[in-house]
Design a protein around this ligand. Structure first.
Ligand code: NAG
Ligand code: NAG
Ligand code: NAG
Length: 480
């Protein structure tokens, strides 16, 4: 769930993830779509139609009369009468057509003769209620508004006599994995089944477990000496910040801009977060092989190489140096629609801040939760303070039930390597709401189709999930 500039070497399945954006944002979907669309480009997309639906700006206040247009895609060529409806819910990013052309939901639709839809989340991609995302304009952005938008979409689809009696299966990954589960929770009359893939359903401000899992992944699956090497590099960074000479040397070694004040605590914290993000992506999107490859690279270097292409422009192209300046970074965030939208959701609903407050401190302890609270305040205004963020987190967990949602016919799927699994459901909620944790797998991998490099455990999990869905919708034959 965060922005990643990725080079995907399909031949070796080595995913090298660099330069994530920071700040607890997920953006798994941006990543997923990038990959799935690259794969899907191999297939014909002429069957996928783009549609628009007018939605109220505020689903819960009838006195607000403004509206906006939500984008969605549909694909009906495999549908046969009485076939189910599949709705792929997009999350925090631009929607693409890829998951209507390949992936697990596509296979399910094919095997059960289903109709497929894919909806774009309000405030992301082309589904924009406003041109200008000021704090005032962002107040209609929330998971509950998005769920209500999707409920209206399903109702509209089911108005058609074709789909009147069709079962409805919703699918989502990452933040949208939460949304899929919560659709079933809040709209059980409209939704029959949900696949919640890698959904961090528990909101939490200080999400220290994230870096703890990254650390565990490298300790457990890294090459010999890798963990110690990483630890040494980060301790050295920490020591360098203690003296003026150290900072001077660090600025040279790390190509940091002369003007960037690295005595400023927030800039130092940003530096540590940026360096840690080079490992976060490998744990979140990689596999055992990519962890080993990353270790090899680390063993060859005495520093952690920083990405020169992330959306926050930490690398200043004009000046050819890294500018770890907190204030300029906030300005960059404000200029990117999906980024400011997602950060708004973390500041108002979920937190998810990847801090270093763990006992297992591979990356030292220089990324406090205050960094993120400051980000909220500096981006949206003084009222977006710790108190408000903590209240938002509490409210989300009360509304959706945290790790114990009152749902049936929802499957919660997670990858063992993926740090997000720590906020998700790993044990069956009930017989009808099972959990599936996949060894050696990462974020949302189950939503893809089988590839030859996939571990057997992952392929088996996909078969199991498809079996559950078919069983729950009562599809003719549902052998595993
Ligand atoms: C967006 O709104 C802000 C505050 O009202 C204003 O300063 C800014 O110029 C606007 N930007 C655009 C692109 O309209
Ligand atoms: C690390 O160095 C070795 C020996 O010089 C080289 O063979 C290998 O390709 C390097 N690995 C990476 C990932 O740079
Ligand atoms: C769970 O949901 C069911 C029906 O959807 C409802 O009857 C029951 O009261 C709910 N349980 C709790 C603890 O909210």
């Amino acid at each position: 769930m965060y922005f990643a500039e990725l080079v995907v070497f399909l031949s070796t399945y080595y995913i090298r993830a660099r330069g994530f954006s920071l700040f607890g944002h997920g953006d798994g979907l941006n990543f997923l779509f990038k990959e799935i669309n690259e794969t899907a480009a191999l297939f014909d997309s002429s069957e996928v139609q783009t549609k628009w639906m007018r939605q109220p700006l505020d689903n819960f206040d009838k006195s607000e009369t403004r509206t906006w247009k939500m984008r969605y895609f549909q694909r009906l060529d495999m549908w046969k009468p009485k076939g189910p409806i599949y709705l792929f819910m997009n999350g925090e990013g631009r929607a693409g057509k890829g998951f209507l052309q390949t992936g697990m939901m596509y296979e399910l639709a094919k095997e059960t003769k289903g109709a497929m839809f894919l909806s774009e989340h309000r405030y992301y991609g082309d589904s924009k209620p406003f041109d200008n995302y000021t704090t005032e304009n962002l107040k209609f952005l929330s998971s509950s508004q998005a769920l209500a938008d999707n409920a209206r979409l399903i109702k509209r689809i089911k108005l058609s006599p074709l789909f009147y009696s069709s079962k409805v299966v919703v699918v989502g990954g990452s933040y949208a994995g939460n949304l899929a589960a919560w659709m079933k929770l809040l709209y059980p009359d409209l939704v029959d089944v949900a696949i919640a893939s890698s959904g961090p359903v528990l909101a939490k401000a200080d999400f220290f477990e994230y870096l703890e899992t990254v650390s565990d992944d490298f300790e457990q699956y890294g090459t010999p000496g890798c963990f110690d090497k990483i630890s040494k590099i980060f301790k050295r960074y920490e020591d360098m910040f203690k003296t003026d000479d150290g900072i001077k040397l660090l600025k040279e070694e790390e190509q940091i801009c002369d003007e960037t004040d690295m005595n400023k605590l927030q800039n130092q914290q940003l530096f540590f977060l940026y360096k840690a993000s080079e490992f976060m992506g490998v744990a979140q999107y990689g596999d055992l092989n990519s962890i080993k490859m990353h270790c090899e690279e680390i063993n060859n270097n005495s520093q952690v190489l920083s990405s020169k292409d992330d959306e926050t422009n930490m690398w200043n192209e004009r000046r050819q140096c890294f500018d770890y300046d907190f204030d300029s970074m906030i300005e960059s965030i404000k200029s990117i629609d999906w980024y400011i939208s997602w950060i708004y959701q973390t500041c108002t609903e979920f937190g998810y801040y990847q801090t270093s407050n763990s006992n297992n401190r591979l990356f030292t302890d220089n990324i406090p939760v205050e960094l993120f609270y400051n980000m909220c305040t500096d981006t949206f205004g003084p009222e977006f303070d710790k108190k408000r963020i903590d209240e938002g987190v509490l409210k989300s967990n009360e509304m959706y039930g945290g790790l114990n949602p009152n749902v049936t016919k929802v499957v919660f799927v997670n990858g063992e390597l993926d740090p997000w699994h720590r906020l998700s459901i790993l044990e069956d909620v009930s017989y009808d709401a099972p959990a599936k944790t996949i060894p050696f797998s990462s974020h949302c991998r189950d939503l893809f189709s089988d590839r030859s490099g996939d571990p057997e455990e992952l392929k088996e999990a996909r078969r199991y999930i498809k079996y559950l869905v078919k069983k729950w919708i009562g599809a003719g034959e549902y052998n595993m």
